[in-house]
Design a protein around this ligand. Structure first.
Ligand SMILES: *Cc1c(COP(=O)(O)O)cnc(C)c1O
Length: 295
């Protein structure tokens, strides 16, 4: 089985009075359009992981996530598409929601586990699949060197040089991959990481783990809105306005916070006149279905 997806991720300009006033331009790379369910950075991260599993003749993918994990869903769908069996180990008590429904529909077996045992993922893997020769461990969120390798390819697709690239960070794998990609192309584009967790300073260690070679970048830790999947009225009204103005759907967990950061920094005069900015739309739109009450 040839493990590959044709990448469709156009770059589109976002017009706004604020950007005209500041003399800057904003473009967005539509990784959300790569696949409706193996969305955004999740395919980029899985590509070399799945190739490695296949090279080792592993036929059963085992991975981890919360009940709304875009990575779980992407893995379930990629497993179905490329002929793997698949198990998702889910943090917390048994629940059901749109994400898990779609995981099951694509043939993923779900094992729910208490939050305490969830912390030690290798131990869980050993407990359930220690003597399954076909089983292949994929870390939560696809965090791995192979994941970063796939994300570096995003830079190969760019046809213009930008002054800034912005990306939301969960595990930091996507950010690291893009920074590596910029290095591979000898570009000195400034990379801007927006952690979606509270006290996101720790994201620096996570990103640095996968950098080859070490590199400098900006970490914007003021846009977590209280923590993972937390929102406030300002973020929700920003997203409503953005979606209505542009026709580009974004969710509040990742891309919404990253875009908010760009607009906020632009309003504060952070960018220099003439600067070009590229935002990465990392997808994850199914997660919106679990957040309707916030709107
Ligand atoms: C998983 C995810 C991220 C985070 O990517 P990392 O590589 O883990 O930092 C960003 N955006 C969306 C929509 C995601 O689903």
């Amino acid at each position: 089985m040839n493990i590959d997806l044709e990448i469709y991720s156009p770059v589109q300009q976002i017009k706004n009075k604020l950007f005209d006033e500041q003399g800057i331009t904003l473009h967005i790379k539509r990784d959300d359009l790569i696949h409706p369910l193996i969305s955004g950075n999740k395919w980029r991260k899985l590509k070399y992981i799945l190739k490695k599993a296949s090279a080792q003749n592993k036929t059963h993918l085992v991975t981890f996530g919360g009940a709304y994990s875009n990575h779980l869903l992407a893995t379930a769908v990629a497993a179905a598409k490329f002929g793997f069996n698949c198990t998702g180990i889910v943090r917390g008590e048994e629940v059901t929601n749109d994400t898990l429904f779609l995981c099951r529909l694509h043939g993923m077996k779900l094992l729910f586990t208490d939050r305490e045992s969830y912390r030690d993922k290798p131990a869980l893997f050993d407990k359930y699949f220690g003597d399954d020769e076909t089983a292949f461990f994929i870390d939560e969120g696809g965090a791995s060197a192979e994941g970063a390798q796939g994300c570096a390819e995003l830079v190969d697709e760019l046809t213009q040089i930008y002054d800034h690239i912005f990306c939301a960070c969960g595990t930091g794998t996507t950010a690291a991959g893009i920074i590596n990609g910029l290095h591979n192309h000898g570009l000195n584009t400034e990379f801007n990481a927006v952690p979606v967790f509270k006290n996101g300073g720790f994201m620096k260690d996570e990103i640095d783990k996968y950098l080859i070679p070490p590199a400098a970048y900006q970490l914007h830790t003021a846009y977590d809105f209280g923590g993972y999947a937390k929102t406030d009225d300002k973020l929700i009204s920003f997203i409503k306005q953005f979606v209505a103005d542009t026709g580009i759907l974004v969710e509040p967990v990742y891309t919404g916070k990253m875009l908010y950061a760009i607009y906020d920094l632009a309003g504060k005069g952070y960018f220099k006149p003439g600067n070009s900015i590229l935002a990465i739309h990392t997808g994850g739109l199914i997660g919106l279905l679990g957040m309707k009450e916030k709107f």
